[in-house]
Design a protein around this ligand. Structure first.
Ligand code: NAD
Length: 323
């Protein structure tokens, strides 16, 4: 357990703080699963510094640190249809008979960096990274350079405080161009678009962020949503109406429909202009979301339905090659 904890912490630091991962996500996920299995088998031995319930890692001290009004958490994971049904069963277990089998809403799981944006009477005032979930980095100046991030929302002028959360990502074409340029100039290349987006947004010089092809996709309204809006799908439609780009949305009524949409997105995945690493499935009704609440690291009303890894690293040991 100690070895796993130390390894996970080292990899968290490289990934979340340095934006420079030192192993594949699938290998990292395996380390987490091994630690979780040990913790479940030996609950008395769970270490006080276990990273299992931790969100992200500490914010970079070079930026002003901002405490989130509402914590920015992570998401639980499911990897196959049976896990998805277990997730839906757990949701049902916490609902009354008349609330059973709620409608779900599905979104693309954008592979970027979570950011909270604040607007006061329609004017963009602050952007903060997720950081460790409680405290993030103030990246307002860099966020201002993101081309599709609205700096003024006429339709929200009468909302005192609007908080929109979403993902900052780097489209695949921009990422490839950036790495090609870096190679030509013998500069540092990025492991993947997610790390390129995170590294670009957490630059001290906003002109560097401005030169990078970043985009913002909204996925939730955490403060200031008009009271007449009562579902996640309507909240995203409203975000689109007032000027944001959001991820594709599908409302489904049962696990089979969710599975069918998930499979159709896997088919279309390589044609998307940006990387996704799964789908996010959310209880659509906002009042039910509130009723279901949160675990320490994730909401009970949503989970990530991850895609199978496209490639897995294999080391060939002790093989005698015959030529
Ligand atoms: P996560 O990325 O699995 O899920 C939570 C995040 O999903 C949210 O914070 C949000 O930013 C994002 N998201 C994207 N689209 C969304 C949508 N439509 N609605 C809501 N949220 C959406 O969780 P995480 O805690 O950020 O990181 C775990 C991931 O990072 C794993 O894939 C893991 O493999 C990887 N990781 C890799 C290493 C490594 O060394 N390779 C180290 C640490 C973490």
């Amino acid at each position: 357990m100690r070895a796993l904890i130390d390894a996970i912490k080292t990899h968290n630091y490289a990934y979340y703080v340095l934006d420079n991962p030192t192993l594949e996500d699938s290998e990292y996920d395996q380390l987490r699963r091994s630690l979780l299995e040990l913790e479940e088998a030996y609950p008395d031995l769970v270490q006080p510094d276990s990273p299992i319930n931790q969100v992200g890692d500490m914010p970079l001290s070079a930026f002003t640190q901002v405490t989130h009004d509402i914590p920015m958490l992570s998401l639980g994971n499911v990897f196959e249809y049976d896990d998805l049904r277990d997730f839906m069963r757990r949701v049902n277990d916490r609902l009354s008979v008349s609330q059973q089998n709620p409608e779900y809403e599905m979104e693309l799981k954008l592979d970027g960096l979570a950011v909270s944006l604040k607007y006061v009477h329609g004017k963009f005032v602050q952007a903060v990274t997720r950081g460790d979930g409680q405290t993030g980095e103030d990246i307002t100046q860099n966020a201002k350079t993101i081309r599709n991030l609205p700096l003024w929302l006429a339709a929200a002028a009468d909302i005192e405080l609007l908080e929109v959360r979403g993902e900052v990502l780097m489209p695949k074409a921009g990422f490839e161009r950036l790495n090609r340029l870096a190679e030509e100039n013998e500069g540092k290349t990025f492991a993947n678009p997610r790390n390129a987006a995170a590294g670009s947004l957490r630059q001290l010089d906003p002109s560097v962020a401005a030169s990078r092809p970043l985009a913002f996709y909204g996925y939730s309204v955490n403060q200031g949503l008009p009271e007449s809006i009562d579902t996640q799908s309507a909240a995203l439609a409203w975000l689109t109406d007032i000027g944001f780009t959001v991820s594709a949305v599908e409302v489904v009524q049962n696990p089979r429909a969710a599975q069918a949409y998930y499979e159709s997105v896997i088919e279309a995945r390589s044609d998307l202009p940006f990387e996704i690493d799964g789908m996010v499935i959310k209880v659509n009704n906002l009042a039910l979301q509130q009723q279901l609440g949160f675990l320490s690291r994730e909401p009970r009303w949503a989970t990530a339905y991850k895609f199978p890894a496209e490639t897995v690293m294999t080391r060939l040991n002790d093989i005698e090659w015959q030529v």
